[in-house]
Design a protein around this ligand. Structure first.
Ligand code: SF4
Ligand code: SF4
Length: 201
């Protein structure tokens, strides 16, 4: 399988077939996604979390989008109009598809080839990734910070109490003022708070 960089040229396109929105249950949200999607749907963070997300098991401090039906379709897929209900603010995994990160830190990817067609034009990987409101370049740094935060914190919280875990979830995913502009800054503050709590333990 060829490793692609941001400047690689690849046949990439989308024929809106919905394949990447079924058999899911693995679309992870970082707290910034939670804020942006809640705002986009006009919901409070709590309502969004309750209605649209599930937590990963084993104290992972991670949440995923719920799925519906036998096909495990993403809950945010609009079956009638065959499109994503949150296209403008969709999570990083969905922005990349059909590309899959091989090493996000170094911007290495591979093409899952799930929807490759001869008719697709060759374009640069970075054009594909930034085609949707520049979500990739705008959010890559905060995604990396989230991954590094999880890598640091997860091994240290394997045996914490449910109460403490609940407290961490609330700080990380609910402690936001959606009316304030700098959501990334609020997310960084929340990660720092949890990290300090974990160090204190
Ligand atoms: S990215 Fe590929 S799998 Fe997903 S909807 Fe488009 S064509 Fe289908
Ligand atoms: S968020 Fe949108 S693009 Fe991503 S899996 Fe759900 S419906 Fe598909």
């Amino acid at each position: 399988m060829d490793i692609l960089t941001l400047n690689s040229k690849e046949k990439l396109g989308c024929k809106m077939c919905d394949k990447c929105c079924i058999y899911r249950g693995d679309i992870r949200l970082i707290p910034l996604n939670v804020c942006k999607i809640s705002k986009f749907l006009g919901l409070s963070i709590n309502d969004f979390l309750n209605k649209y997300t599930d937590r990963l098991e084993n104290n992972k401090l991670e949440i995923v989008l719920k799925t519906v039906g036998k096909l495990k379709q993403c809950i945010l897929y609009d079956e009638k109009n065959k499109k994503c209900k949150i296209h403008a603010v969709k999570p990083m995994q969905c922005v990349m598809f059909p590309l899959v990160p091989e090493n996000l830190k170094r911007d290495y990817f591979y093409n899952s080839e799930q929807c490759k067609l001869e008719e697709f034009k060759e374009i640069k990987v970075k054009e594909w990734l930034n085609g949707n409101n520049n979500i990739y370049s705008k959010n890559k740094k905060i995604c990396m910070e989230w991954i590094e935060f999880l890598e640091y914190v997860q091994p240290k919280i394997e045996n914490i109490s449910n109460e403490k875990l609940e407290e961490f979830y609330k700080i990380l995913f609910e402690n936001y003022n959606l009316n304030k502009l700098n959501l990334k800054m609020q997310m960084r503050k929340n990660m720092k708070q949890v990290k300090q709590e974990v160090i204190k333990k």
